[in-house]
Design a protein around this ligand. Structure first.
Ligand code: ADP
Ligand code: ADP
Length: 228
């Protein structure tokens, strides 16, 4: 569950990126966040995993009240909120297996737990056979699948995807969507910021349209609603 109440974010340079925004997202929802460049989509998302702090308002993410969260609890929040990015952000010197395992090592799982779970998520993204490869030996779509596997390895309640198909061709984008749908069907909340009008219009989910830091449209089974 995500609840934002009257949230604003004013950056140090005086830019109001989010303006008195209120929204509620239930556990298990799949939500697209759309809107023009500069609308506040990234800021909205970054506040949910404490990459940015709101300047006003209340944010609750799962059991975490971000008004009250202590610095030492932020890693726990980040375990609850998995994130994938347009540019994948895999560690180039680690293999596929190591990239995913690393996320579990930092939360002190045993080697046995890690091996079992890493192959489980590699299976989910259909890339078990690439476990020993390095990121630069993989296609963009494969790298994004690994980034997703890494983001869900600690079983987050929420998966945030910021333009996950931004660097991918249409067929590969659909593969990524199929994986996100599968993860969502297992109960994980998905929040996806996107400019991909075809996906938003073809694979229907709730749409939050953000403009000037406000939600200007909140539509179940919505459409993209902007010129491509
Ligand atoms: P979007 O993701 O929809 O493109 P952003 O959240 O990145 O929008 O940006 C919203 C507004 O906040 C824009 O005007 C942007 O320039 C500004 N902004 C984003 N990040 C920062 C920052 N770190 N410092 C100052 N202004 C920022
Ligand atoms: P994206 O939308 O893909 O996240 P952005 O271009 O919005 O990328 O932001 C890239 C980085 O630059 C982010 O860390 C963001 O916070 C920062 N940023 C964006 N706009 C501004 C701005 N006007 N001033 C300072 N930093 C900014």
């Amino acid at each position: 569950m995500i609840e934002m109440t009257d949230v604003s974010k004013v950056y140090k340079n005086g830019v109001t990126a989010i303006d008195s925004l209120t929204v509620k997202i239930d556990q298990g929802e799949f939500v697209y966040i759309v809107g023009p460049s500069g609308a506040g989509k990234s800021t909205f998302i970054k506040m949910l995993y404490r990459e940015e702090k709101p300047t006003q308002g209340k944010i609750v993410v799962g059991k975490f009240d971000l008004m009250k969260i202590k610095e030492r609890e932020v890693p726990l929040l980040r375990r609850y909120v998995g994130v994938v990015f347009q540019d994948f952000k895999l560690l180039p010197k680690l293999t596929v297996y190591e990239n995913i395992a690393y996320a579990m090592e930092v939360v002190e799982k045993t080697p046995e737990q890690i091996e079992k779970r890493v192959f489980e998520v590699l299976n989910l993204v259909n890339l078990k056979h690439k476990a020993r490869m390095f990121p630069n030996e993989l296609s963009g779509g494969e790298q994004q699948r690994i980034a997703i596997a890494r983001a869900i390895v600690n079983m987050p309640g929420i998966l945030i995807a910021d333009e996950p198909t931004g660097n991918l061709d249409p067929d590969t984008s659909l593969e990524i969507m199929n994986i996100l749908e599968e993860i969502n069907s297992q109960g994980t909340t998905i929040l996806m910021a996107t400019h991909n009008s075809q996906i938003v219009n073809d694979i229907k989910h709730r749409v939050l349209a953000v403009e000037n830091g406000r939600i200007v449209r909140d539509q179940l089974e919505g459409d993209y609603g902007y010129e491509a």
